[in-house]
Every structure is written in structure tokens, then in C-alpha cells.
Design a protein around this ligand. Sequence first.
Ligand code: PGA
Ligand code: MG
Length: 247
Amino acid sequence: MSEDMEMDVQSSTRAPVRAAMIDLDGTLVDTLGDFVQALGLMLDDLQLPAIEAQQVARMVGKGSQHLLRSVLAQVLQVRDADDAPAALVDALYPQAWRQYQHHYEEINGRYASVYPGVVQGLTALRAAGLPLACLTNKPTVFAHQLLRAKELAGFFDHVFGGDAFEQKKPDPIPLIKTCEALGFAPAQVLMVGDSSNDAQAARAAGCPVVLVTYGYNHGEPVRAVDADGYVNALQELVPMWACALVE
Ligand SMILES: O=C(O)COP(=O)(O)O
Ligand SMILES: [Mg+2]
């Protein structure tokens, strides 16, 4: 067992894991290139300055509306420090949203790649008999489109995006509702994600949570986030959780 694995996840005091919810951006697929391209085209349409990939990586994970507002606030501050960015963001947002959605739909998956170990990890989870849900803050329609494009759709019994419920992660509501759809109590459903967003939501919902170490986590070190374990690749997950998964 690698030193990265956390033994406490196999504690006999935990409820056995019966199902899993898996985040999409930064966990299954590296979508930063898609975000950067779609945002770049949108900013160009609005004749606004470009944004760096590194800055975008810090803004991904809280849904498209949050991403867009953060990007607009960032570039507007750069362009004209005397304008009140919030009012400008509000004024530009509807057009920015339309253009961004239009470009993202065209681009979705083209500048994105499935992380190493994902297919092996998902295959092992299914082989262990776990129903799986993909739970992302990405709009549901884009999540379906991306999973199909990357040939990952067949692993999932459910796909829920940021518009599927009344709140997004880090609110616990999406996790609680997804557990209901999977048919198990939150304590029996493992959340797998790449960010504090996923971990906070899991803690609040009462789900065990494991974080991958290669995702975005808003540009912060992921091991500083309170979680039950960390994996360097999704294929480490089943070996790490074997005691909890197998009755
Ligand atoms: O913020 C997004 O659009 C997606 O984020 P998530 O897949 O990491 O939840
Ligand atoms: Mg994520």
C-alpha cells in the first residue's frame, strides 16, 4: 500500500460503502483547456482582454456562472481600475453568458483529456458492484455531452450537474439528493472529488470523501483539505477502500 493511502478509511467503525458519487472536472477529465478556449473566444467577442490558464484553474469548480463572473471581474479590473467591477460584471454578464455557452457547446471535450487511471478506477468500482453517479457543478447537458465524448457515460447510473438541484456543491443538497437516487444513506456513499468544494459538501452531507491529488482545488494544495483519504490516481481507490467495499 502506498504511503499516500490513509488507513483510517478502512476503519471498521465506518458503514460499508455501497455506491459512489464522482466529480467530473478535475477528477475524471482535465477540462482546463476547454474552459480556457471557450472563455478566450467569449472575451474576444466582447472585446475584453484575455485571461491566463493558471487564473482560470483557480476559478473552476463552483459552476459556470461563478466562473464567468470571476473571469469578468478579473479582466475588467485589469482594463479599467476606475470602473466599479461588480456593476460592469452585471451589465456584461447576459451577453458573456450567451457567448460562453455557445462556444463551450462547440468545444466541449475537444481540449480535454481523461486523467490516467480513470477508466481502470471506474472499471474496478463497477466490478466491486457499486452503482455510480457523476455529480458535477458543470451544467448537466455539458456533463452528458463530455462523458459521451470521452466514452465514460456507460459507467454511470446517474449524471447530475450544477443545475440539477436548487443548490450546487459545496452545499450538501446535491449529495443528499444523489444518495437518494442511488438508494443508499449518505454514510454508505463515497464522494470522490478534487476540491474543498467536494469535501465540504461531503462532510455536511455525512458522506465519506476521498480527494484526487491531481485536480484543481481552486489553486490550493489539496492535502490541506479535510478528507478521509487522497489518491494520486483513481485506480488506487478500490485497493485503498477494499475493506470498506467488500463485505
Ligand atoms: O465548476 C464546474 O463547472 C465544474 O466543476 P466540478 O465538475 O469540479 O464540480
Ligand atoms: Mg472538480
